[in-house]
Design a protein around this ligand. Structure first.
Ligand SMILES: *Cc1c(COP(=O)(O)O)cnc(C)c1O
Length: 399
């Protein structure tokens, strides 16, 4: 099929929920993608923070292939070795006690919200518990996840949402404290807001939230679906804040291409929340997904992926800061590790136009919020890749 035929066939049959770029990607290698005409692209998106190990990691691919040849699915009525292994490795890596595997990030958030309500229900038997979420947050597109997503534009056509969600201002502790009452069962936030525009939580904000939750027996849910899995420079971003969540959601890079997510919790939450009959999934935690998760975690450890993040991230940050100093349409740079955003003065230049121009120049980038170009490269990039990205990006400013 030609490029045009592929796009035409897709557009004739897919539900039109995405405005896709007119590119048909065919394969990848390392930190590069290739379209169906053979054109090469340097990838600073990684399938939205998914392909942490880059493309074609042979160890990862062999592990997934070996599992497909054995068995891909068995149902949650039984055990499998990959399930046991992935559960053990992911709880160790996240320093959480128990895990439930899902098929996506949104589904992980659904589970986290259910666990929080059940925990509160077990305490007081009430059915009117409230959850505090943040403005400009993003937690997914299913009803529960959408209900805690702080973007009215995404929610409005689908109202009513699940009830009793209150929105506070990210990094404004008083706005959160003002919403707490005897019905509050959880606070949910992204340790680094992703879709909303790459805003890391202030250390002081997160510490105070943790204390507020402890004082009121409110569960702290951290959504690290985007910022987790090494991207921040620690295995999970919360580890740089000296606090621990009660519930943690993960997805994206946890499967590095195999669709999988998870919600994890500490023993306190696990001991008094979801029990048999409360929650389930057919595919979640199947041997194929878990073989991928287990191998990803082993590769992270053995290939010292996080060391590379901490080696390259300061270089990327410095290079982006140089751009801010040089171009008048750039007004800032922020982020944590290899999750970074370049903030545009949208009166002068539109991030969306830069992304389109970058694609023409063989560089894959995406936007975040209304005024940010987002950088989410595979975690295996080198400083030379950063230099090449900067060269392609600056060319995209002028073309
Ligand atoms: C992507 C994302 C989600 C949703 O994950 P899906 O796999 O797309 O359902 C939730 N929370 C955050 C922070 C995300 O970045």
């Amino acid at each position: 099929m030609s490029t045009a035929d592929t796009i035409k066939t897709a557009e004739e049959h897919l539900l039109h929920t995405y405005n896709r770029y007119p590119i048909v990607f065919d394969h990848g290698s390392g930190v590069r993608l290739y379209d169906d005409t053979g054109k090469e692209y340097l990838d600073f998106c990684a399938g939205i923070a998914v392909y942490a190990l880059g493309y074609g990691n042979s160890r990862y691919e062999d592990a997934v292939k070996r599992q497909i040849e054995k068995i891909s699915h068995i149902s949650n009525y039984y055990y499998s070795r990959p399930l046991a292994e992935a559960a053990s490795l992911l709880t160790a890596a996240s320093k959480m006690d128990r895990v439930f595997f899902t098929n996506s990030g949104a589904e992980a958030v659904e589970g986290a919200l259910k666990a929080a309500r059940k925990y509160a229900y077990n305490k007081d038997g009430r059915c009117d518990h409230e959850i505090i979420a943040m403005e400009h947050s993003f937690h997914g597109r299913t009803f529960g996840a959408l209900s805690v997503t702080g973007n009215a534009h995404y929610r409005e056509p689908f109202e009513p949402m699940i009830g009793n969600i209150r929105f506070a201002t990210f990094n404004d502790f008083d706005s959160v404290a003002a919403l707490v009452n005897d019905r509050t069962c959880a606070v949910i936030l992204e340790t680094v807001q992703g879709e909303g525009g790459i805003y890391p939580a202030d250390p002081d904000f997160l510490k105070k939230i943790r204390k507020l939750c402890d004082e009121n027996d409110i569960l702290l849910i951290l959504d690290e679906i985007q910022c987790g899995m090494g991207r921040s420079g620690s295995m999970f971003a919360y580890m740089q804040y000296g606090i621990e969540p009660d519930i943690l959601t993960v997805a994206k890079a946890v499967g590095c291409g195999v669709p999988v997510g998870a919600f994890l919790m500490n023993e306190k939450t696990a001991a008094s929340s979801l029990v048999p009959g409360d929650h389930g999934t057919t595919y979640g935690g199947n041997p194929l997904a878990c073989a991928a998760v287990a191998e990803v975690l082993k590769i992270f450890e053995e290939d010292k992926i996080i060391d590379n993040v901490n080696n390259v991230a300061p270089y990327l940050e410095a290079k982006l800061k140089e751009l801010v100093a040089e171009y008048d349409f750039l007004i800032g740079e922020r982020g944590l590790g290899l999750m970074r955003g370049l903030v545009f003065d949208t009166e002068k230049k539109k991030p969306g136009d830069v992304v389109k121009s970058a694609l023409r120049n063989g560089l894959v980038l995406i936007t975040a919020g209304a005024d940010v170009v987002r950088f989410l490269p595979p975690l295996v990039i080198t400083k030379a890749d950063v230099d090449e990205m900067i060269e392609k990006l600056t060319r995209s400013f002028t073309e």
